[in-house]
Design a protein around this ligand. Structure first.
Ligand code: C2E
Ligand code: MG
Ligand code: MG
Ligand code: MG
Length: 289
């Protein structure tokens, strides 16, 4: 038994070893419980997505929305991705979550269309695992995704693997189906900018870590400005996430950022609430600008 071995090896430091091994055992037990609940949740279809609006800078008209995965446990608790996403990666099932979200998005868009509502383009987050699946184009073709309705948000870290021919081929196939490509969390993933631009993404999404400290601090301003300039030079739209304050809206708009997303404009919301926004065209923004 590993815990006993640890206990005996320490000799004089006994109390400490026992304390740590108990903590380790508790952590392992907690993780096992979470994994059981999570896998059961996949079987019981407890995952769904909420939608966060994305607005055109300047007009503050709705341009598109991002779908974000959530987990509703049997007791009604709704968990955020940080609770289960790493686990899903570890268990090798994160692509099932991505597919679940895409299924809901397509169902919801078809529903909005039958209600006569404007149907915004929806961005879904795509894991590296899913993007490097050689079967992905085939799987997507079966879904008959209408052209121009869906965008895939790919993390910058995906592009660290630029030598992977499957990823390059998949991105080409995805674009061929009329699905747009966005680079999520741009500016924090340490990937080669040249490599990312070669893939000709449709949008760069400035990471909220870069956007949030944007007050009147010159340094952050320079970084945001540079990313917007990269977008302009390469004819790629730029969206800022983590837009929380009226100052953010004002500064980003003045800098020429194309689109804005953040709690300062609209938080992620259930489908029913988004549908109401699509119907009324009003988003109850926390502040007027
Ligand atoms: P992300 O794609 O960068 O999504 C933005 C996250 O920031 C979301 O957190 C959103 O709720 C939050 N957010 C939005 N506006 C603001 C703001 O103004 N301030 C702050 N502080 N946060 C804001 P969420 O929903 O917890 O998602 C976290 C991450 O989980 C996402 O980051 C994305 O990387 C991942 N994720 C979400 N849904 C999926 C999915 O369906 N599949 C995969 N593979 N990953 C997903
Ligand atoms: Mg995203
Ligand atoms: Mg992001
Ligand atoms: Mg992020």
């Amino acid at each position: 038994n590993a815990d006993m071995a640890l206990y005996e090896a320490k000799g004089s430091g006994r109390g400490r070893s026992v304390f740590f091994s108990d903590r380790m055992r508790t952590a392992i037990e907690t993780k096992r419980l979470l994994a059981d609940a999570f896998l059961g949740g996949l079987e019981r279809d407890e995952f769904f997505c909420v939608y966060q609006p994305q607005f055109e800078a300047g007009s503050l008209q709705l341009s598109s929305v991002e779908a974000l995965v959530r987990w509703r446990r049997p007791d009604g608790t709704v968990e955020l991705p940080f609770v289960f996403l790493d686990l899903a990666e570890e268990l090798g099932v994160v692509d099932r979550l991505d597919q679940r979200v895409l299924d809901q998005v397509m169902t919801d868009q078809a529903h909005w269309l039958t209600l006569g509502l404007p149907v915004p383009r929806v961005s879904v987050n795509v894991s590296a695992r899913r993007l490097s699946d050689p079967q992905l184009p085939l799987r997507l073709e079966k879904l008959n995704i209408p052209s121009g309705r869906i965008a895939f948000e790919l993390l910058e870290t995906v592009f660290l693997d630029t030598q992977n021919p499957v990823i390059a081929a998949n991105i080409a196939a995805i674009r061929g189906m009329g699905i747009e490509i966005e680079i999520d969390d741009f500016g924090t993933g340490h990937a080669s900018i040249v490599g990312m631009l070669q893939l000709q993404p449709d949008r760069l999404k400035i990471d909220q870590q870069i956007v949030r400290p944007l007050t009147l601090g010159e340094k952050q301003g320079t970084l945001v400005r540079s990313i917007i300039e990269i977008g302009r030079m390469h004819n790629i739209d730029v969206i800022a996430e983590g837009v929380e304050t009226a100052d953010h809206v004002r500064l980003l708009t003045a800098m020429g950022c194309n689109y804005l997303q953040g709690y300062g404009l609209a938080a992620p919301m259930p489908e029913a609430e988004l549908r109401e926004g699509l119907r009324t065209g009003s988003w109850n923004m926390p502040f007027e600008t």
